[in-house]
Write a protein that binds this ligand. Structure first.
Ligand code: GNR
Ligand code: NI
Length: 168
């Protein structure tokens, strides 16, 4: 197992659109293992491969209270079941320290490959649906700050760039 480095906004690599996974091999299983370790250590409720600079369509999440329910989605495709929106104050490990309200569909269906290579379908709601949409956005090069005002986004970018300069 290994802890992976998480890219931070406004790193342009976070804008990369990830490529589908053609087959679940040992490499993918090892990456998922490292992503879960990195997510739990952060700590976070989800992590997309894009955030650790791997541009393949893989994400992990665990929204359980006891942090004992890891979920892995490979090549996830989202379908909106019901366009009713819900609002939630979102954060992101790639935008550390900032939280903003985002509106997203409350109920979604996701088709994906599980780690054993099976095609699966799941219906999600609540925090699972929010988190999955947030993670699939990462795989498409999008961040939750894209949904807020350009003024707020610019302020967050300036503050994070300053912190990143101080760290360097
Ligand atoms: O840990 C995380 N918390 C969170 C809270 C509200 C909405 C989405 C998230 S996902 C985030 C981890 C992360 O950045 N995943 O990409
Ligand atoms: Ni995120």
């Amino acid at each position: 197992m290994a802890l992976l480095k998480i890219l931070e906004f406004p790193d342009p690599r976070l804008r990369t659109v990830a490529e589908p996974v053609s087959a679940i091999d040992g490499c993918v299983v090892k990456l998922v293992d490292d992503m879960l370790e990195t997510m739990y250590a952060a700590p976070g409720i989800g992590l997309a491969a894009t955030q650790v600079n791997i541009h393949r369509r893989i994400l992990v999440m665990d929204v359980s209270e006891d942090k004992d329910s890891p979920m892995t989605f490979v090549n996830p495709e989202i379908e909106i079941i019901n366009s009713e929106l819900g609002e939630f104050s979102e954060g992101c490990l790639s935008v550390p320290g900032f939280f903003e309200i985002v509106n997203r569909p409350r109920r979604i269906r996701v088709t994906y490959l599980s780690l054993n290579g099976n095609e699966e379908i799941a219906e999600l709601e609540g925090l699972e649906a929010i988190c999955l949409q947030h993670e699939v956005d990462h795989l498409d090069g999008k961040l939750f700050v894209d949904y807020i005002s350009p003024l707020k986004r610019g302020l967050i970018r300036k503050k994070l760039q300053k912190l990143q300069r101080q760290r360097a």
